[in-house]
Ligand binder design. Structure first.
Ligand SMILES: [Zn+2]
Length: 240
């Protein structure tokens, strides 16, 4: 089982760990703890570097399978021995861009629900650009500028971003979480990680975010598309 260091400290760029196994066929290294984000919830997995016994292993991506995070080698190499101490470094420039983009999508989500009552149904992102899908029948071209102005106001309003891991029963008592389809969580999950942009947005969420909305920087609403009468997709970019 890999301890997920990014869940409690999204700013952790380097970490010490121990090699607990490997998959020779998949060319993947397993660790007892990791700061690599393994992908999920629309946020792509981290890349980076592992150093074991003086040898460097560039990591192309990570993926969580069961309770383990697999760190996939970018090039062919012999796997390091089990029990060896390892040092991990994530590609921080890319990750921090993803944290800003991910948080920008929460700002969008919070503003669109507050101002238009539209619920989010999905989302996806790359560094500095993302999209979100809403049940937003009244979305139209004229609202693009209005939404852009409102989201940037909330960036500047500097909402703190808080992360908590709550027992399932307690999370189910939070009305704001119920609207974001918490009921879709599998039965077996006993703890729910909750991400709150204080005063703006609250979601069950496993991703990495910045600590305050002011770190996001300027957001542009670049496009939107109708995916049917009700479903609308909004595209944003975060300025570097
Ligand atoms: Zn999130």
């Amino acid at each position: 089982m890999t301890e997920l260091l990014y869940q409690t400290d999204s700013y952790l760029q380097e970490f010490e760990a121990t090699v607990t196994g490997g998959d020779g066929e998949a060319r993947a290294i397993l660790l007892d703890r990791s700061a690599f984000y393994p992908g999920g919830g629309g946020q792509p997995a981290d890349s980076g570097l592992l150093t074991v016994g003086g040898q460097q292993y560039p990591i192309a991506r990570a993926k969580k399978i069961g309770e383990e995070v697999y760190h996939y080698l970018a090039a062919n190499a012999l796997l390091p021995p089990v029990g060896a101490p390892a040092r991990g470094q994530i590609d921080w420039e890319r990750r921090y861009q993803l944290m800003r983009t991910h948080t920008a999508l929460h700002v969008l989500c919070g503003v669109v629900f507050r101002d238009y009552g539209a619920q989010v149904t999905g989302g996806d992102m790359d560094p500095l650009k993302g999209r979100m899908d809403f049940e937003f029948e009244t979305m139209q071209k004229e609202l693009v500028q209005e939404i852009e102005t409102a989201v940037n106001r909330e960036v500047v309003n500097a909402h703190p971003v808080r992360v908590a891991i709550l027992p399932r029963e307690q999370a189910f008592q939070i009305p704001d979480l119920i609207r974001t389809k918490i009921n879709l969580l599998p039965e077996g999950i006993q703890q729910v990680r909750v991400v709150e942009l204080v005063g703006l947005d609250l979601q069950a969420d496993g991703g990495t975010h910045v600590a305050n909305t002011r770190e996001v920087g300027h957001i542009r609403v670049v496009d939107y598309k109708s995916k049917g009468k009700i479903n609308k997709r909004i595209y944003i970019e975060v300025e570097d």
